[in-house]
Ligand binder design. Structure first.
Ligand SMILES: Nc1nc2c(ncn2[C@@H]2O[C@H](COP(=O)(O)OP(=O)(O)OP(=O)(O)O)[C@@H](O)[C@H]2O)c(=O)[nH]1
Length: 345
């Protein structure tokens, strides 16, 4: 299956949400259509806005034939729809304003609106779609941060496996030393990826483990050292000190480290992901994002808000729980999958 089809299948919930809402918006006051009593709801079940209904309204014409004039009311409804898909207020306003430019008063079909939305989304996402940069430095140190449950462990396993497949040697450091379960999980992923995982006794200093890992990675001539970290935001001050100490200690071995600080975000948390970026930017020098759990979430719009607000590179997206469920981020495929568009001009 092509990457696009895979992503589209997996992002169908976001796409359906937008699609159904758009159908409802366009249908609402389309010529010959019965006026809808309420503003469109993004959560409308698919059946409510089925092509069948549209066809009945238009006497058999396909859904592409229903058109509605782009006016203030429709723009407001589009904004609401995008906000409900987790795009955030500012981004939703910007996307709809750009989309409307030069098109006010024109009649548009659902498909035309989807294609225009996709164009706007792709334009915002294009600058942030960047793979994690690889450097000649050995070992390249990658610090992985994020709240518990965001998918750090899984992402580290997937990354390690991909780097190995690309011929790189990798070492993993299990830096969340306070949670035995987290360390065990990482060991399982290390085994799957065929990569050594350095651990330390429960409760020991993560910075000291990070230092040992630097020593081992250097001695092994490893290309990459992936360091997992704790994600206890409940105790922000402690976490800040812990991360700062890890950085201080690894800089004793290499003053340019860490070379990447990846923030792992769970896409299903919606707008909360924006707060997490703000918080982790204060705790660490975040250089890029990995968005997990994009499969099956109806909240994919949050990626657009993140790109628009922070402009941090999105290095990869998690689209499942298996080892190869980590994909490069493709802005056009994402835009099409999110909006249900067929084409991006
Ligand atoms: N569907 C889906 N599930 C994912 C993805 N990435 C991670 N998960 C799941 O999310 C859950 C949490 O993932 P972990 O990797 O353990 O998260 P963590 O950030 O390391 O969390 P802690 O171990 O609690 O610190 C697990 O059940 C994973 O299988 C993804 O891209 N898609």
């Amino acid at each position: 299956m092509s990457f696009f089809k895979k992503l589209k299948n997996r992002l169908t919930r976001s796409s359906d949400k937008l699609s159904d809402g758009l159908d409802a918006i366009v249908e609402e006051t389309a010529e010959g259509a019965a006026p809808a009593a309420e503003a469109p709801k993004a959560e409308l079940p698919k059946a409510d806005a089925s092509p069948g209904l549209i066809s009945r309204v238009l006497g058999g014409a396909g859904p592409g034939a229903v058109k509605r004039e782009l006016d203030d009311e429709m723009l407001e409804q589009l904004e609401e729809l995008l906000i409900s898909a987790d795009m955030g207020v500012d981004t939703a306003l910007r996307v709809t304003a750009n989309m409307a430019e030069g098109r006010f008063g024109k009649k548009l079909s659902t498909q035309e609106i989807k294609d225009l939305l996709a164009q706007e989304v792709a334009r915002i996402m294009e600058p942030v779609a960047r793979p994690m940069p690889l450097y000649a430095k050995k070992p390249q140190v990658v610090l992985v941060v994020g709240v518990n449950g965001a998918g750090k462990t899984t992402t580290i396993g997937k990354l390690a496996s991909q780097f190995r497949a690309a011929g790189k040697s990798v070492v993993i450091a299990a830096g969340d030393t306070f949670r035995a379960a987290a360390v065990e999980q990482l060991q399982v992923w290390g085994e799957r990826a065929g990569v050594p995982v350095l651990t330390a006794p429960e409760g020991s200093d993560p910075a000291s483990l990070a230092f040992d890992a630097m020593v081992k990675a250097e001695a092994d001539g490893a290309d990459l050292l992936l360091i997992d970290t704790a994600g206890r935001l409940q105790n922000r001050q402690d976490l800040m000190e812990e991360l700062a100490k890890i950085v201080r200690v690894i800089r004793k071995k290499d003053e340019t480290a860490p070379h990447n600080t990846l923030l792992v975000l769970d896409a299903t948390t919606g707008q909360n992901a924006l707060n997490q970026v703000e918080t982790f930017q204060k705790l660490a020098d975040v250089s890029g994002l990995v968005m997990t759990k994009l499969d099956g979430t109806a909240r994919g719009g949050v990626l657009v808000a993140l790109a628009d607000k922070f402009g941090l590179p999105i290095h990869a997206i998690g689209v499942g729980e298996q080892i190869d469920d980590l994909d490069a981020f493709d802005p056009e495929d994402f835009a099409k999958a999110l909006t249900g568009a067929e084409d991006i001009k």
